[in-house]
Design a binder for this molecule. Structure first.
Ligand code: SF4
Length: 297
């Protein structure tokens, strides 16, 4: 829809991954209907981290670099990639700090504000976004908002389709306070810096496999990501999980049972709100209010 509405006209290329059948089909539709847009594809590694998986992923990343070089006549030099990793490490450190502050003081930055702030970073060069993040990091501790008695929750399950901002606002107005989430996870994929080594391609490949947050998108064995969610709830001081999957997301549908079983075993309450274009925010707010009052009562 974005492409047909002209909202992607500023892009020269789009990279798809093997995340699901829907994404694969979409790549073919874009290539067919937008011949001026360069559409390319990356085969993500799956399974456990191993030297073979790192080899495969490094080769894929190098192939993408070569493809971009040939298509646009720009050399993708190792030194430029290393410098970019360094810059994004600085960016990611600030985002990690921001999330830590939000978990500590969820009343001082709303889910909607935080999401807008990170989304802005997806449309700006990191060197422009970093000073903005610094400003917010300095401001949050001095925000005077009162901590109200709301239910601390983790928001999870927005695989690639991001929930509308109005929905995040509705959750908080219905009595939740979001203390952690998996929104824009691709931008927060690494839990540590990507080492700036002589072979930045390999560093990136290793980081994807070895320094990435547990996610069903990468880990085929459910307990890796279900245990991680339980741990995330405990570490964030949350009392419940709100799942916000896309209504027609197949991968999420398959994960949901595994998540629910793990949460039930850990005695953590959860509520699922399926996201689609026609959802009624008033109805959702009422359902969330009931969920919150049942847990508080
Ligand atoms: S939201 Fe789900 S169905 Fe859509 S592209 Fe992502 S994984 Fe595929």
């Amino acid at each position: 829809m974005l492409a047909f509405g002209g909202d992607l006209a500023f892009l020269d290329a789009v990279v798809f991954t093997s995340i699901c059948e829907g994404a694969r089909n979409l790549s073919r539709i874009l290539a067919r209907d937008f011949p001026d847009l360069h559409v390319t594809y990356l085969q993500l590694p799956d399974g456990q981290a191993s030297s073979e998986a790192v080899d495969h992923w490094e080769a894929e990343l190098r192939r993408l670099g070569k493809d971009i070089s040939e298509k646009f006549g720009v050399a993708v030099e190792d030194s430029a990639l290393r410098a970019s990793l360094g810059l994004y490490n600085l960016w990611r450190r600030r985002v990690r700090e921001l999330y830590a502050q939000r978990t500590q003081w969820p009343h001082r930055i709303s889910a909607e504000e935080l999401c807008c702030l990170i989304r802005a970073g997806t449309r700006m060069p990191p060197e422009a976004h970093i000073p903005l993040l610094d400003e917010v990091l300095r401001e949050i501790p001095f925000r005077g908002r009162r901590r109200r008695g709301r239910l601390p929750v983790v928001v999870e399950g927005a695989v690639c389709e991001q929930p509308p901002l109005g929905l995040l606002d509705a959750l908080e107005k219905a009595g939740c306070c979001v203390v952690n989430d998996d929104l824009l996870l691709g931008w927060r994929w690494f839990f540590d810096d990507v080492p700036e080594t002589d072979n930045p391609w390999r560093s990136l490949a290793e980081s994807y496999l070895e320094r990435s947050v547990p996610s069903s998108l990468r880990h085929p064995i459910p307990h890796f990501f279900t245990d991680a969610l339980v741990d995330k709830v405990h570490r964030s001081g949350a009392e419940a999980v709100i799942f916000l999957p896309g209504k027609f997301c197949g991968p999420d549908f398959f994960d949901h049972d595994a998540f629910r079983t793990a949460l039930e075993r850990a005695r953590i309450a959860s509520l699922e709100v399926r996201v689609d274009e026609k959802m009624n925010l008033d109805q959702i707010r009422k359902a969330v209010k009931i969920f919150v009052s049942n847990l508080s009562g």
